[in-house]
Design a protein around this ligand. Sequence first.
Ligand code: ADP
Length: 267
Amino acid sequence: MIVLKIGGSEGIDYDLIADDIAAVVNEGTPLIVVHGGSALTNKVAEQLGHPPEFVTSVSGFSSRRTDRRTLEIFEMVYCGQVNKGLVEKLQRRGVKAIGLSGIDGRIWEGKRKDAIKVIHNGRKRVIRDDYTGKVEKVNIDLLQTLLDQGYLPVLTPPAISYEGDAINVDGDRAAAATAAAFQAEALIILSNVPGLLEKFPDESTLIRHIPKAKIDQFMSVAEDRMKKKVMGAQEALAEGIGRIVFADGRVEQPLQRAIAGEGTVIG
Ligand code: ADP
């Protein structure tokens, strides 16, 4: 089993990725796809007059401020346009793709954060009406039933809290939790960079291999959003995933290249 996370940033080529998913699925490799949609969500939020706001946690992680209206816009984009667009591309290529959010069938369940502590203009602030959280449980039975029937699950945030609220969760970390739940042989994270760069944005400084024992040292190399990916990798390693690859989602055969070890291989 391979878990593939496709980023939502500008430049990622969904057609090339869909071509490659079809090729890999046809070879008989079991796959679960997870995708993002952050860049398009930002655009749509602007257009709807509810511009995105990002908050930085006291531990230095940036995340989307998710009030109820933001959650609705997030669902329109992630569960709507991006998810159905990708499923359509895959169906056109003969893949039995089925698009589901983490809410559906409680595929991703977790804890809603009742208060998030953030730094705002240099001062600590507590936000209480945020719909965010972290995936703690994966509905393996449901996903396995779909896989057994030959379907390719195409998953997207949000997840669902134990109380039944939709929660915005980080896609990379949700993919890591899914890979861990299945004890996948690899977690592949495609983004609009060739991998983790020693000196972002200089692509010639690509880090090709990070041994498991050294992952903590690389947290400082990653800035803002890349930090979440490194954190997802840390979590996946801790849960026994042997191989995580950060790879380029803008090239031909992005999945097969990543499987072959092109990008940043962790583990
Ligand atoms: P996605 O939406 O594809 O999941 P993100 O935009 O969240 O991806 O994260 C990838 C981004 O992280 C890159 O486009 C880049 O701007 C940023 N980044 C920060 N530090 C690094 C780094 N050291 N190496 C690579 N990318 C980095």
